[in-house]
Design a binder for this molecule. Sequence first.
Ligand code: GUN
Length: 298
Amino acid sequence: MSNTPNIIDGLHVASLVRDEVRCDVNDWLAAGNRPPKLQVILVGANQASKVYVGAKTRACNEVGIESETIVLPDTTSEKILKERIQELNNDDSVDGILVQLPLPSHMTPLAVIESIDYRKDVDGFHPMNVGRLTIGQPCYRSCTPAGIMHLLKHYSLSPRSKHVVVVGASNIVGSPAAIMLSRENDEGKATTTICHKYTKDLTLHTISADMVIVAAGVPGLITGQMIKEGAIVVDVGMNRIPDPTTERGYRLVGDCDYDSVAEKASWITPVPGGVGPMTVAMLMKNTLLAAKKAVYPD
Ligand code: GUN
């Protein structure tokens, strides 16, 4: 028998979030404040990074956030990059600083992230923000997991008392998602299992999950056979698969084998159009919070 899951429509929900931010920015300006400003730093010419930065710039324009992108060559030293960041830390006209990842291999990403003033870290990657997240204190939250939590809330898919399996333990998505889901607050209260590339039998875990969040970066990793009937499936994967029939020469697929997972799931995110647009929308929210100094008042 064929199953038709409900679609978690990230394109739609992200546009609602951007509308809300645009209205809030207008109120902020009407109260006599200057526009929020996001400073983006892109090191090197990673094609996917350029696309992501372009999407962030467009979203800023749409909601009334000023944005500026510094593009540095991939031969830039870590010392020079940190000096540029220090200038931005000291620049009162800059509210949020975002260094697009990945960085060239000669750099240590954590050292670069730590050089950003945590009060301007709208990506939520600084150890101060990650640490505060883990103890339930106000902080900037990593945009992708924050976007997932927003989607779940929008569709009234409460994680409370559910068994949630997070596949992938990255600092950007899997790990903060697992923390958000398991904290004992209104949006959390899940029983959370984190799986990763060292997990012996992935299916053993996913098959018992009421909700599966997949952020492993492995196309087609999760198939319908690994999913419990009626489970909620959130696919964070954004994998470029070569496809000469498309204009760009590639197409985007998630970490789930969509067709077989859709046979089992009650709710599912499409790729593209699921979690991806939420990341950018939540960045807009964080940048407005930074301009308002709402997370870290002076
Ligand atoms: N690279 C992939 N995702 C992200 C993100 O959310 N922020 C930054 N800065 N880089 C990324």
